[in-house]
Design a protein around this ligand. Structure first.
Ligand code: SF4
Length: 346
């Protein structure tokens, strides 16, 4: 297929032309469909979606390619040998209205859609990809707004998904505006992987709309230095130039970024494009993600090495989101031992 430069840079074209089937994937990779046959049962349970942009970044013929592993279905997603549950953070139990997670008193998280530009195979909400009821729906969003309005303890709302930037701009504008109009809501936050998987989604129009709802913070998810491209850097720059701080929440992924050099390159690359590394998450025990889960001890060692080698500006907090909804606990080496009073250092 001939692709024009205009089409390539149009996020709607990218979204419409996502790889959604094995036949499509086989055509893109110029491989026989039989090559992908073992993946059929996997995508029946966990669908496939890859933007042409993200596909262009990966090496499809290398099974260990860190970008390919994040978006290609893998037969191991159906083998639950080490356990795991669909909803390890117990999000469904902390929803006062459908789609609104209220776990901490001062903030809540709105799942405005279950859809995403790319379905990341390590996602902790992969249980939602097939839920049609999660797509848009003014009434559903209105119920969330009403809950926030009658809950004065909420001062921050995180608008997430799925990816909130795949719903219509008008609907997102309305939702953010309705939340912003609630007197006790002080801060809004967007959680979106669009700068990484669909950077052309960050348009001047979108930035102008988001700017109207400031103070608004933007969290994204770069997991590997190769995801930092001219396009993704431009997307982050546009948000920053609109007065929207951009932070990053990576996931520690086995064989993808769970080594010192890869993590250092990622974090220093983020600093170069003015994106603040915020969290490094231990991969949650979600069904079908066993093969992504790195050892916590390994993660702690990487963080300790990083702490000694790179600027504090590049250092995220390595955390474990406690299964069962217990909240985040920091994972770090014991730097201060019982019995020390600090005088040992001076
Ligand atoms: S973009 Fe986020 S919500 Fe969507 S699949 Fe990836 S990690 Fe999950």
């Amino acid at each position: 297929m001939e692709i024009s430069v205009t089409d390539w840079h149009d996020w709607r074209w990218q979204f419409r032309n996502r790889v959604r089937s094995l036949g499509h994937l086989a055509r893109e990779l110029k491989r026989p469909i039989s090559w992908l046959a073992p993946l059929k049962p996997v995508i029946r349970r966990y669908p496939l979606a890859i933007t042409p942009y993200y596909l262009s970044l990966l090496n499809a013929s290398d099974e260990s390619d860190p970008l390919r592993r994040q978006c290609f279905p893998d037969p191991r997603e159906l083998s639950f040998s080490l356990g795991g549950v669909p909803d390890p953070l117990d999000e469904e139990r902390t929803m006062p209205v459908p789609g609104l997670i209220h776990r901490y008193s001062d903030r809540c998280l709105a799942i405005v859609t279950g859809d995403c530009a790319v379905y990341c195979r390590h996602c902790n909400r992969k249980r939602m990809w097939r839920e049609k009821g999660l797509r848009g729906g003014r009434e559903r969003l209105q119920a969330m707004v009403e809950y926030v309005a009658r809950t004065p303890s909420v001062r921050e709302v995180i608008v997430s998904g799925g990816d909130p930037l795949v719903i219509s701009e008008g609907q997102l504008d309305w939702f953010l505006g309705a939340l912003r109009a609630i007197p006790h809501v002080e801060v809004l936050r967007i959680g979106s992987r669009a700068p990484v998987t669909l950077p052309m989604r960050i348009t001047p129009e979108l930035c102008a709309m988001l700017k109207r709802h400031r103070p608004l913070w933007f969290n994204t998810q770069f997991n590997h230095g190769r995801e930092i491209t001219a396009e993704s850097a431009r997307a982050c720059e546009m948000l920053l130039m609109s007065g929207i701080p951009v932070s990053n929440q990576s996931v520690l992924l086995r064989g993808i970024n769970d080594d010192y050099e890869t993590m250092r390159d990622l974090l220093c690359g983020l600093e170069r494009i003015s994106v603040r590394p915020y969290y490094l998450f231990q991969c949650d025990p979600v069904f079908g993600t066993d093969h992504f889960r790195a050892e916590i001890g390994n993660g702690v060692e990487i963080m300790e090495k990083l702490r000694r080698a790179i600027s504090g500006l590049c250092l995220p907090r390595y955390v474990l989101d406690c299964p069962g909804g217990g909240g985040k606990i920091p994972l770090q080496p014991c730097a201060f031992l019982p019995g020390m009073n600090g005088s040992q250092f001076f």
